[in-house]
Structure formats: structure tokens, C-alpha cells
Design a protein around this ligand. Structure first.
Ligand code: BES
Ligand code: ZN
Ligand code: ZN
Length: 497
């Protein structure tokens, strides 16, 4: 969908649908809506007065104009009460607008931006674009059922606001594009996004962005001793890949931030095979990796001044005669040994290697994103991402970025006492910590490989996938993490030593 910005009068605008945003607690129609209302013999005032339209968030009403103004229809969209408005409510109202317009077959919409502040434009743009996302790579959609909203015009009244509005909308477009890129990767079946395919995708992305990309092959991983990644991959016919994306703007005083993403292209559980129910969803076990690629795409397009390195260990976790077995011991890249008690706790093994590898960049901060534990889903559901880490300042920054982007995180404790649970009798550590506090003991495992730098772990097992449609997310991949990471790095200030 194209987004244009125009200065003009709503009542004179020729459009298929003219959209106005209203607050629940403001009963008088003002500014441009007042002109349209007058032309329509006060129809809108009447509807509000008779409570036929109450401007609760995401409530809508569409009315025909019968030629009384050039716009064919008017759509009213509720924002809820004015004092309670948030950026995410704007994102939602925007998403409601465009998805409804598309579903009723409208091709072109104009939004009167009277009630939308200019600082909300990026979120507004995100909501519009994200709501239109559909994963249709594998669907034969008959031509008559194809519905596409082709153009959205933001109608402003103030000429001076034009330049900053353009910039804000551009940011929103970049972020939404990056989220949709991540969603596409996650929704793709595992057969079509093997580690090799993901590696090629990363190379193509790097070419498009003109940034560095290196992919470590199985032979190189062997030479380096990345036995976590090699061990998990050994039951699969697909060779593992370790993707390194390096966005380095060489800016003065830049910090280096390493983003690590779990890239399990399919997690069957391995020899500790998962139950069949919902196993198909395990194609999404590379959501962390997709979020890292998406975030780097946006960060690079926005020319942000920090160096951002993305590390994505990619593999399948499959059962076979050559698969890693419960009880096997592997020596990870750091030199520490791990007893693999459960082959389904594979994410931490591949992340351990990547987190140790991150040291080589002397990072100011490392953030990993992983669909790591079912336990996190039990604790926080699908609303909040689990956060654990070793540095208060970094945790604070991630928490704020989560709130601003509305990809909220909730901290779980990484207290010393929990480390007891992953002690092994015969190796340095074991890869499961029993039935209690699974999200925390998984992070305890990771913490053994992150001692050299400030680190935050984000468990996105519950937030990376959703089972129902909402204002700007559809069933399937959410692309969680992209917005949070971009927000974090966009507002990054030099990290204290
Ligand atoms: N990929 C899964 C975690 C997961 C669960 C992601 C649900 C998304 C939705 C992970 O590799 C896993 O299987 N974890 C196990 C660990 C257990 C064996 C200690 C789990 O959480 O059940
Ligand atoms: Zn698993
Ligand atoms: Zn997994």
C-alpha cells in the first residue's frame, strides 16, 4: 500500500472513504469534521448524541455521503477516552481503519489527521501496514476474492508539518516492512527455510542493505569447536549454518551491540520427540533469528549510528540414528561441558556457542532473543516476553523500549539459588533444571556464557506466535522483537562502562 501525505480540506477531498478519529469523551464535532457534518445535515452530531456511535477504541461506523461532499463515504473510528490514549491505541485504531477498508473492498482511503498528533505518525503508519499483512505464498486466491487497499492519504491542515510527517511516516514504513519480513520468514514452512535457505536470505539481505554478512559452514563450525550447534544439528540431513550480519556505520563514539537470535528452523524435540499436537508450530522456533534479521534491516535503513552485529545459529532439531542422545556430553565453544539430559532443550546449546562467540566483538551490550521455553509461556502467557539478564542498566533500557514499542517485557529473577538446578554430576552443567522455574533455569544455562559483557535474554516463546487475529496482528507469526530492538537502538546513548 502506498502512503501519501497531503495538505487540504477534508470537505473538499474526493476519496472513496474519508476517515475521522474521535475520542469517546469529546461529544462535539470539531474542525474539519464539523464542515462535513454540516454538509450532511448534522448526521454525525445526531449519531453521537443518540449514542449510535460511541467512540470506544476500535469501534467504527461507516456512512454514505450521497454526494453531499466529494468523499463517497465517511468512516468514524473510536480512540477511547482522550486521557487514556496511548501509542498502541493509535496503532490499533490505524490497523482497524485499513483492515476494514480492505475487507469491504475499498481501494483508496483518506485519513483526516486532526486528532492524531504528529509524534504518533510512526505508530499510526505501523498499525496501517501491519494490519494488512497476509501470508499468502502458498494459497491460490481467486482473482475476485483478492482485496487490496492500494493507497492511503494522510490529510493534514498545516503545511509546516509536512516535512516532519514525511520523515515520521518513512520510519513507520521501514519498521513495518521489517516486521513483515520477519513474519514471512517465521510463517514459511520448515521445508522452505532450511538453515541453508536462511543463510542465503541473510546474504541477500546484506547485499540489499550494503552491509557485511558471513556464513560459517559446518566445516568451519567444526574447526571452531561449536559443538552446541553441531550437536543439535547432527540428527538432521540439513547442515547447520551460523549467520553473522554486521552493520557497522563507523560512526564516531558508536557502541557495538550484539543481537543473538535462536535459529531453530524446526524443533521436533529430537530423540526426546515432542507430542504431535501443535508440533507444526515449531517451524516458528527461529523467531528470534527472524527478529534479529528484521531489526538489522530496519536499523540499517534508518542509518542509525551504532554498530549492530547479528549472530544467528541455524539448525533443525531432528531424531535419527545420528541424532544426539539423552546423556551425551558436549564440549561447547567456550570449553565448558554440558550434559544433554533432554534433547528438546536444544536452544540453549546453540545459543551458548553464539553467546561465547559474541565476546570477540567486545560488545557494550548483548541481547538474545529466543523461543526458549514452554515454561515462559505458562508464566507470562502471550502478552509479555520474559526478560532476564546480568545488568540493571541494560534491563532498564530494554524494559523502556518494550513499553514504548508495546512489545512489553517482564523480568524474571536470575538469582544465584536457581543455578543449583543445572548442576551436573558428570559435566560442568546439564541442559535442563527440572520441572520448576524452567524459563529461569534456561537463562541460568545461558548466563554461564555471558559473564564478559552486559547481557539481556528475551524469552519470546509466548509472544512470537498468536492464535487469533487482532487490530494489527494476524494468526501466526507476530514478528515480536523487531519493534523493541529498533526502538532500543534508535534511542541508544553511550553505555556506561
Ligand atoms: N522451542 C521450544 C520452546 C517453545 C515451546 C517455543 C512452546 C514455543 C512454544 C524449546 O526448544 C523446548 O522444547 N523447550 C523445552 C525445554 C524442556 C525440555 C526443559 C520446554 O520448554 O518444554
Ligand atoms: Zn526444544
Ligand atoms: Zn526449541
Amino acid at each position: 500500500m502506498n502512503i501519501n501525505i497531503k495538505i487540504g480540506n477534508a470537505e473538499k477531498t474526493l476519496t472513496d472513504m474519508l476517515v475521522f478519529y474521535l475520542y469517546e469523551d469529546i461529544k462535539t464535532v470539531k474542525s474539519t469534521l464539523a464542515y462535513c457534518d454540516k454538509a450532511l445535515n448534522s448526521a454525525i452530531t445526531e449519531l453521537i448524541k443518540k449514542k449510535e456511535f460511541i467512540a470506544k477504541l476500535n469501534k467504527t461506523l461507516i456512512l454514505p455521503t450521497y454526494g453531499k461532499i466529494p468523499a463517497k463515504r465517511i468512516m468514524l473510528v473510536g480512540l477511547g477516552t482522550k486521557k487514556d490514549v496511548t501509542l498502541d491505541k493509535i496503532r490499533q485504531a490505524a490497523g482497524t481503519t485499513t483492515s476494514i477498508a480492505r475487507d469491504i473492498g475499498i481501494k483508496e482511503v483518506t485519513s483526516a489527521m486532526d486528532s492524531i498528533l504528529s509524534e504518533w505518525y510512526p505508530a499510526y503508519t505501523e498499525g496501517c501496514l501491519l494490519s494488512l499483512y497476509k501470508f499468502q505464498r502458498y494459497k491460490n486466491v481467486p482473482a475476485e476474492e483478492k482485496k487490496e487497499l492500494k493507497s492511503l492519504t494522510l490529510l493534514l491542515s498545516d503545511k509546516k508539518a509536512l516535512a516532519s510527517a514525511r520523515e515520521a511516516v518513512k520510519h513507520g514504513q521501514i519498521i513495518a516492512g521489517a516486521v513483515c519480513f520477519a513474519r514471512d520468514l517465521i510463517n514459511t514452512p520448515a521445508q522452505d527455510k532450511t538453515p541453508s535457505v536462511l543463510a542465503d536470505t541473510a546474504k541477500k539481505l546484506a547485499q540489499e542493505l550494503d552491509i557485511q554478512c558471513k556464513v560459517l559452514s559446518k566445516a568451519e563450525l567444526k574447526k571452531l569447536g561449536m559443538s552446541g550447534l553441531l550437536g543439535v544439528s547432527q540428527g538432521s540431513n540439513q547442515p547447520p549454518k551460523f549467520i553473522i550480519l554486521d552493520y557497522n556505520p563507523n560512526a564516531k563514539n558508536q557502541d557495538t551491540i550484539v543481537l543473538v537470535g535462536k535459529g531453530l528452523t524446526f524443533d521436533s524435540g529430537g530423540i526426546c520427540l515432542k507430542p504431535a499436537k501443535d508440533m507444526d508450530q515449531m517451524k516458528s522456533d527461529m523467531s528470534g533469528g527472524a527478529a534479529v534479521m528484521g531489526a538489522i534491516k530496519a536499523i540499517s535503513k534508518m542509518n542509525l549510528p551504532q554498530r549492530v552485529v547479528g549472530l544467528i545459529p541455524c539448525t533443525e532439531n531432528m531424531p535419527s540414528g545420528s541424532a544426539i542422545k539423552p546423556g551425551d556430553i558436549i564440549k561447547l565453544y567456550s570449553g565448558k561441558t554440558a550434559e544433554v539430559v533432554n534433547t528438546d532443550a536444544e536452544g540453549r546449546l546453540i545459543l551458548a556457542d553464539a553467546l561465547s562467540y559474541a565476546e570477540k566483538y567486545k560488545p557494550k551490550a548483548v541481547i538474545d532473543l529466543a523461543t526458549l521455553t514452554g515454561s515462559c509461556v505458562i508464566a507470562l502467557g502471550t502478552v509479555a516476553t520474559g526478560m532476564l539478564g546480568n545488568n540493571e542498566e541494560l534491563k532498564k533500557r530494554v524494559k523502556i523500549a518494550g513499553e514504548k514499542s508495546w512489545e512489553r517485557v517482564w523480568e524474571l529473577p536470575l538469582w544465584e539459588e536457581y543455578q543449583e538446578q543445572i548442576k551436573s554430576d558428570i559435566a560442568d552443567i546439564k541442559n535442563i533444571g527440572g520441572s520448576y522455574a524452567g524459563a529461569i533455569t534456561a537463562a541460568c544455562f545461558l548466563s554461564k556464557f555471558t559473564e564478559k559483557y552486559p547481557w539481556v535474554h528475551l524469552d519470546i516463546a509466548g509472544t512470537s506466535w498468536c492464535d487469533k487475529n487482532s487490530a494489527y496482528t494476524q494468526k501466526g507469526a507476530t514478528g515480536v522483537g523487531v519493534r523493541l530492538l529498533v526502538q532500543l537502538i534508535q534511542h541508544w546513548t553511550r553505555f556506561p562502562k
